[in-house]
Write a protein that binds this ligand. Structure first.
Ligand code: ZN
Length: 339
């Protein structure tokens, strides 16, 4: 009852990469960097285990950014001549790489960290990858001439890596789709179909993380423009409830998403955000349990998983670790009170 997990990323140790940044520069090179990523993965696993997290992640220690960590392993992309593009429907401008040819994988993407994590934990292991809609909104296209066609080409590559991760012993494969609350009309028409392509043939647990973004300024300003009730999800939840993905991860604590919308996710496990990643204030176990109690009004308790609102990559490491401990303690308290 109420297992705990994190959305995905954790802050990297400062000997590995610049701290407190969403796009940190690596502080090691070559073989030292490769070894450092694995060492940091081990620390991330141990920290989660000690905090009482049941489904642990690699913490995304091996990637600089949640989208580009995947793109680095894809041929057919020009990284040398980036272009400026408005992303997430122009919420912010970013310098993005350009697709210039047919997309293929150079090889395995997350094998090293997945195998290393698998070898060092007996807990369930989750690995995250960017979803096809979010990738296609974070890259320019000069080859496919059609955003949807390009998204499906990425979905095929994600599927190849996902099948290999499953064979590596990964228990949960999660796709991060922050674009799902930007292109609400496109989620039911092709976004979910692209995810289905990405999970084709998988027998492990599959998840999709949808969200209103990290606690960075552009996102906070945008959230402030959305009004008192964030009902955007009303448009996509019925389609998500019908899809083949087993779990849906989304933010709840300090969010203006009306929790009653969660009843539209009938049949799904819901990874409820009980830890705010946009604030440095550490939650108490009581606060965490209280959010779980609220969610229990709309989601059967056996389908509730306690989680963070979003990735923690840009946070201070000590604060993120205290929040992960609050997550584990809060889930435990909820088990004692409500199970
Ligand atoms: Zn997120």
């Amino acid at each position: 009852m109420f297992p705990a997990t994190v959305a995905g990323s954790l802050p990297k140790p400062s000997w590995l990469a610049e701290p407190d940044k969403l796009w940190p520069k690596w502080r090691l090179e070559g073989a030292d960097l490769a070894q450092g990523k694995l060492d940091a993965t081990l620390l991330a696993i141990k920290m989660q285990e000690d905090a009482g997290i049941d489904i642990v992640c690699d913490g995304e220690m091996s990637r600089q950014h949640f989208v580009h960590g995947f793109l680095e392993f894809v041929d057919g992309i020009d990284f040398a001549n980036k272009v400026e593009m408005g992303i997430r429907a122009d919420r912010y401008k970013a310098l993005v790489p350009v697709v210039t040819g047919a997309l293929t994988l150079k090889g395995r993407v997350h094998q090293s960290e997945a195998k290393h994590a698998r070898a060092h934990t007996k807990r369930k292991l989750k690995i995250t990858m960017p979803g096809p809609m979010t990738i296609s909104d974070t890259i320019a296209d000069r080859h496919y001439g059609d955003k949807i066609k390009m998204a499906f080409a990425f979905a095929d590559l994600l599927n190849k890596e996902a099948r290999a991760l499953q064979a590596d012993g990964v228990d949960v494969i999660q796709f991060d789709e922050p674009a799902f609350n930007v292109f609400m009309d496109e989620v039911p028409t092709w976004g979910i179909e692209a995810l289905h392509r990405a999970i084709d043939g998988l027998t492990c647990t599959t998840a999709v993380h949808i969200c209103y973004g990290y606690g960075i300024k552009a996102n906070i300003d945008w959230k402030n423009s959305l009004g008192d009730e964030w009902s955007q999800y009303e448009k996509i939840f019925p389609a998500l409830a019908k899809c083949d993905i087993k779990q849906v991860s989304l933010e709840a604590i300090h969010s203006r998403v009306p929790l009653k919308l969660l009843s539209l996710l009938d049949g799904k496990d819901v990874l409820v955000g009980v830890i705010d990643v946009a604030s440095d204030k550490i939650e108490t176990p009581e606060e965490v349990a209280q959010v779980i109690a609220e969610v229990m009004k709309f989601v059967p308790k056996e389908r509730i998983v306690a989680c963070t609102n979003c990735g923690m990559a840009p946070m201070h490491r000590d604060i993120a670790e205290a929040k992960v401990r609050a997550l584990g303690a809060g889930a435990k308290l909820a088990r004692e009170k409500f199970a």
